[in-house]
Design a protein around this ligand. Structure first.
Ligand code: TYM
Length: 358
């Protein structure tokens, strides 16, 4: 019997203000994976309309995320890069998953609670169902690995729950049609043949949760009203240096041990950023800067950030000047993505019992 082929899928929303957290927690980690296994990186524009949006801005932001992928080093000759709405299978599978997922599961999603705020009655149905579309993104390709930041962990657990329920609910049908794949990790909760893999989250490294530069207890976010809270991928060198200079800290020098930062979220965050940008661990950074005041550490961090980010910003700006080129990459990627997702959805339709007359 066949096995699940290792495959990476991840996505970024084109909602503007792409920032250092998106880069360190996700995009920079996409790059080395393209040499290890088949990779698919999506610009999830269908997710971006779950909140009020401006169509022209969505188009521009879709190109911006694509430019960030390319400028970070994702090679369209290796990875598939495309925008979600060009591949119909995402929306189709999301509907089927809406009928698999339970209201209770979605009601527990913390991201929905945060984004909907107090006025939940007025949130779109799409915002509530957001995680079923995310499960569809991943499972339309039967992807086995998903690199993301820490804030997506709960959504990936839900993706596994949906896959598990689908595999269980339709186990006999999958077997009868000969569409099963050997369960790589047999367990009493699962049939011995699966249709969807139980995807592994890849949440690792020193930058899984980059915090706001103004408040070390809040994550760095595209939607924070204060631009000083985040380093945007299109900030100039001067802006980057200014934001690090103004980053909130405390008056103590850095400690030499990581434990010494446990009650100092802002300091820990800056050390994490330094570690991720320099490819070192937080411990290694502290062995160099332990005992130093922020008046020494912040300029070193600003230099490092400018060194790493400025070439990428320049490349993004260069790429964005040629929309035809970017749109061509997305179109070509969408064609390749469809070639993988279409046969999966054909099988799903048979499993569901949908009659196909054409
Ligand atoms: P989005 O667009 O909010 O964020 C894109 C990626 O950046 C990570 N991230 C962070 N990492 C570290 N520190 C931060 N402060 C930070 N902020 C954001 C996110 O974890 C994410 O990896 N639902 C997803 C998009 C999505 C997706 C998918 C991801 C749709 N379908 C399928 C993976 C697989 C989102 O809103 O990401």
């Amino acid at each position: 019997m066949s096995q699940f082929q290792p495959r990476v899928f991840s996505g970024v929303q084109p909602t503007g203000n792409l920032h250092l957290g998106n880069y360190l927690g996700a995009i920079s980690r996409f790059v080395p994976l393209q040499d290890e296994m088949p990779t698919i990186y999506c610009v999830v524009d269908l997710h971006a309309i779950t909140v009020k949006h401006d169509p022209a801005v969505l188009t521009a932001n879709t190109r911006e995320v694509t430019a960030a992928y390319l400028a970070a080093g994702i090679d369209p000759g290796k990875a598939i890069i495309f925008n979600q709405s060009q591949v119909r299978e995402h929306a189709e599978l999301a509907w089927i998953f809406n009928c698999i997922a339970r209201m209770g599961w979605l009601s527990r999603m913390t991201q929905f609670k945060e984004k909907a705020g107090k006025n939940r009655e007025n949130a779109s149905v799409g915002l509530f169902a957001y995680p079923t579309l995310m499960a569809a993104d991943i499972l339309a390709y039967r992807a086995t690995h998903v690199p993301v930041g820490d804030d997506q962990k709960q959504h990936l657990e839900l993706t596994r729950d949906i896959a598990q329920k689908f595999n269980n609910d339709f186990a006999d049908r999958v077997k009868e049609l000969g569409l099963g794949v050997a369960n790589p990790a047999p367990s009493p909760e699962l049939p011995d043949e699966l249709f969807f893999p139980l995807t592994e989250p890849m949440i690792a490294g020193p930058a899984t949760r980059i915090m706001s530069l103004r408040d070390g207890t809040k994550k760095m976010s595209k939607s924070d009203a204060s631009d000083l809270s985040r380093i945007n991928l299109r900030d100039s060198a001067d802006e980057i240096a200014k934001k690090i200079r103004k980053a909130k800290t405390d008056p103590e020098p850095l400690s030499s041990e990581l434990d010494g930062l446990s009650e100092r979220p802002e300091a820990l965050n800056l050390v994490g950023i330094y570690a991720a940008l320099s490819g070192r661990t937080k411990e290694e950074v502290l062995s160099e800067y332990g005992g130093q005041p922020f008046s020494v550490f912040k300029p070193a961090l600003a230099d490092l950030a400018v060194d790493k980010l400025a070439p990428m910003t320049d490349e993004m700006n260069r790429l964005l000047a040629d929309e035809t080129h970017i749109d061509g990459i997305l179109r070509e990627g969408a064609g390749r993505a469809s070639e993988i997702a279409a046969p999966v959805l054909r099988d799903v339709r048979r499993i569901m019992g949908f009659l196909e007359g054409r």
